[in-house]
Write a protein that binds this ligand. Structure first.
Ligand SMILES: Nc1ncnc2c1ncn2[C@@H]1O[C@H](COP(=O)(O)OP(=O)(O)OP(=O)(O)O)[C@@H](O)[C@H]1O
Length: 344
């Protein structure tokens, strides 16, 4: 059974539609990232799941129990949902231990202590339970907020941009750490972010939002390699598009010559469209007779990004070769892969 089922959910603020007939399911132990630009409705959906925002249509259930829907509204604290916010939202006047046990009810003194010890160990804060939040680093405070959210054993964890205030140096490590805690306890999670890089690291699946709707949902590889639209392709990384005409079920004609796909193309022979090429799907080689010319160069550490022109088409190409210079002639070849074409 899926942990979370969102069916056909709509929500609005004063008649202004924010979530528009949106559906999503989450399996037990799965982490999904709600990804999308600012204002597309990610936080609104998270609040609707948490019971902090009403819905005007559809149904939200956890483990088969309807929580928001037709004449049903289960209060936030009865949903079995843990939340971790961007700003940690710790109580400054309570110690680490008191913060962690804040939502834990119905346990006797010794069971509370056992739960606290278990949580401190899990988030690697043993020995710090008497400290106050202001005596901890940002990363440690975030771990307290995770321990607090996990302490009452939620069915589902909701995380709203929890890493945006964490230093870039420790962010990656922190994401892996929290991910492993969730996985260790088989807790399902919904994670809101506008960063594809965070979504790639933290989540099992991505749900990409566009104006209150999920436009594509699946694992990161599928969304990256087989985006359903240019919007999805652009959101997940640098893109180039070139005008093409389909020649056969595996070949197309382009300003870069005839290109062959390693998978059948969706379009009919004779159709026109835009071919998606990622920067790393092309290879550059020094060639005085080459048809392509280097226009610009950006050093990115392990690779260089070049702006290249061939037959009037500008392309962004990534290369491990660092020493091409603007004005230099090169040959450009497209690495064989399943070509993605968006119909005109
Ligand atoms: N309390 C509110 N009253 C009215 N409109 C609101 C309210 N909260 C959010 N909105 C509007 O709802 C839309 C979606 O907001 P939401 O916070 O869900 O977006 P988001 O995708 O999480 O954005 P961000 O990444 O910037 O947090 C926005 O247009 C926002 O202005």
């Amino acid at each position: 059974m899926s942990t979370l089922t969102i069916s056909n959910v709509s929500s609005d603020y004063q008649g202004h539609v924010i979530l528009n007939q949106l559906s999503l399911t989450l399996q037990q132990g799965e982490i999904v990232a709600l990804l999308g630009p600012s204002g597309c409705g990610k936080t609104t959906l998270l609040k609707a799941i948490a019971g902090l925002q009403g819905i005007s249509q559809g149904c939200i259930s956890i483990n088969g129990q309807a929580l928001s829907g037709d004449s049903i509204f289960v209060a936030s604290e009865q949903r079995g949902v843990g939340m971790i916010f961007q700003d940690y939202a710790l109580f400054p006047h309570l110690t680490v231990g008191e913060n962690i046990l804040f939502g834990v009810k119905g346990l006797d003194r010794s069971a509370r202590q056992t739960r606290l010890n278990e949580m401190l160990e899990l988030v690697k804060l043993v020995g710090l339970s008497e400290r106050y939040p202001h005596e901890l680093s940002g990363g440690q405070q975030q771990r307290v907020s995770i321990a607090r959210a996990l302490a009452y054993k939620p069915e589902l964890m909701l995380l709203d941009e929890p890493f945006s205030n964490i230093d870039a140096q420790v962010r990656h490590e922190m994401m892996l750490e929290i991910r492993s805690i969730l996985k260790q306890r088989n807790v399902s999670a919904v994670f809101v972010t506008h960063s594809k890089d965070e979504a790639f690291v933290f989540a099992d699946k991505l749900a990409l939002f566009e104006q209150g709707k999920i436009v594509q949902h699946g694992n990161a590889e599928t969304l990256y390699a087989k985006p359903s639209s240019r919007y999805v392709a652009d959101f997940l990384g640098t893109t180039n598009y070139i005008a093409v005409t389909i020649k056969s079920h595996l070949q197309l004609e382009s300003p870069l010559g005839t290109l062959t796909s390693s998978c059948e193309l969706d379009q009919a022979v004779g159709a026109t469209g835009q071919l998606l090429l990622r920067p790393q799907q092309m290879v550059l080689q020094a060639d005085d007779q080459g048809e392509a010319k280097i226009i610009d160069r950006r050093f990115l550490g392990t690779v260089c990004h070049y702006k290249v022109n061939q037959n009037g088409v500008n392309l962004e190409v990534s290369s491990p070769v660092m020493n091409f210079t603007p004005g230099q002639r090169v040959s450009l070849t497209v690495v064989e892969h399943p070509l993605v074409v968006f119909s005109d």
